[in-house]
Design a protein around this ligand. Sequence first.
Ligand SMILES: Cc1cc2nc3c(=O)[nH]c(=O)nc-3n(C[C@H](O)[C@H](O)[C@H](O)COP(=O)(O)O)c2cc1C
Length: 348
Amino acid sequence: MTRTIISTGKASPGSTFDLRTHLGSLELHSPVLTASGCAAAGRELDNYFDITAIGGIVTKSIMLAPRSGRATPRMAETPSGMLNSIGLQGPGVESFLETDLAWLQQRGARTIVSIAGGTADEFGKVAAKLRVAGGFDAIEVNISCPNVEDRGQVFACRADTAAQIIQTVRRNSDNKIPIFAKLSPDVTDIVEIAASVSQAGATGVSVINTLLGMVIDTETMRPALAGVTGGLSGPAIRPIAVRCIWQIRSALPDLPIIGMGGVRTGHDALEMILAGANAISVGTSIFNDPAAPMRIQKELEQELRSRGFESLTQAISFAHREESEAVTETAAGESIDHGEQNWDFISE
Ligand SMILES: Cc1cc2nc3c(=O)[nH]c(=O)nc-3n(C[C@H](O)[C@H](O)[C@H](O)COP(=O)(O)O)c2cc1C
């Protein structure tokens, strides 16, 4: 059996661990980002930790015009997660540029601007305004919001409409700006959508947005959300996110992937990285622990060190190696032979 020793793990305590990652041409000093819609533009989080210490801020999806979102109530608790139907509430791109983006620039945070729209033309106009303004590092294109009244607007549910939006955003953006297409897990074949947006000019993909769900209030015996359906997020969706990352990485080995969906700890982040994510976004966890992105970054470093990795890059897609290579050595020099584990109990 081949022995793959991934590292002797002799990094000295106090030394800086190499958490750098690359998303196309974009280099980040850490793979930990905030998830769109869960940290606004980072201003409030900056009261809990230094937002420049994490990989970057992904801003709430911004549209061309101000938008009030859907009616309340628009949050409901679910087992290991939550349902939201915010419906892309926001001040519109002009106000975003003047206040939020200006603040992020002055603060020195790496910024991925999330954009949304009801038509390809609207996406194009928002991208064109961003090109003129500049001062950000990448664009995440939200083609997968489940909280729009007409589900026909979920461009990410079809390969052709997903590609059309990405082409339009690409045409209206600076050539050098990395563009990430945010995909929906509510599709039969997520690889087909990922391949299509990649061909259309996306630098990479962000997976996953929330899944369409519903809760009935058994007191009122009516839907709990005014908008009836909402987006399911939190730890409940993490196995689905890991599966999507795995499938995309298997089919498209070089496509940069930002993984998200229920990341609550460094251990969860590691799982996504092993599945093939180049970076991860933290969303719902921020609502009960505003310092979660910073905590998760520290925990991830520990998880990597304890497995003998010397850099984050070594761990990306590590779960895809052949089973015959699955012999690793821990930081302490102990061998762990994953290849010889007895899995018989699964079929018992
Ligand atoms: C309250 C709320 C608002 C969200 N708003 C957006 C949004 O504006 N744009 C977007 O692309 N995703 C949005 N999302 C989806 C998240 O960015 C993320 O993809 C999803 O929640 C899964 O990650 P999580 O389980 O860590 O929250 C939102 C999620 C929540 C919970």
